[in-house]
Design a protein around this ligand. Structure first.
Ligand SMILES: [Zn+2]
Length: 73
């Protein structure tokens, strides 16, 4: 059974317009998906970001300390 081929208005990918496809008819399934995943991904990124920022600060502090010690000795 063939479905009409459409070009996604968002990512320009061709996709089969299947009956009952959720979202816009001119968007591929991937681009039709509601942004439900965003909050979860964002929350995870925030935690990661905070961790990496803390690590970066720690590394910077350590580097500064090393630099100062090297200057002193
Ligand atoms: Zn798309």
């Amino acid at each position: 059974m063939a479905f009409p081929i459409k070009v996604c208005a968002v990512c320009s990918e061709e996709f089969e317009l299947k009956p009952g496809k959720p979202g816009f008819a001119n968007r591929c399934p991937a681009c039709s998906e509601p942004e439900e995943t965003t909050p979860v991904a964002k929350r995870g990124m925030d935690a990661d970001e905070r961790t990496s920022q803390k690590e970066a600060n720690e590394a910077r502090r350590q580097a500064m300390r090393n630099l100062l010690y090297r200057k002193d000795s």
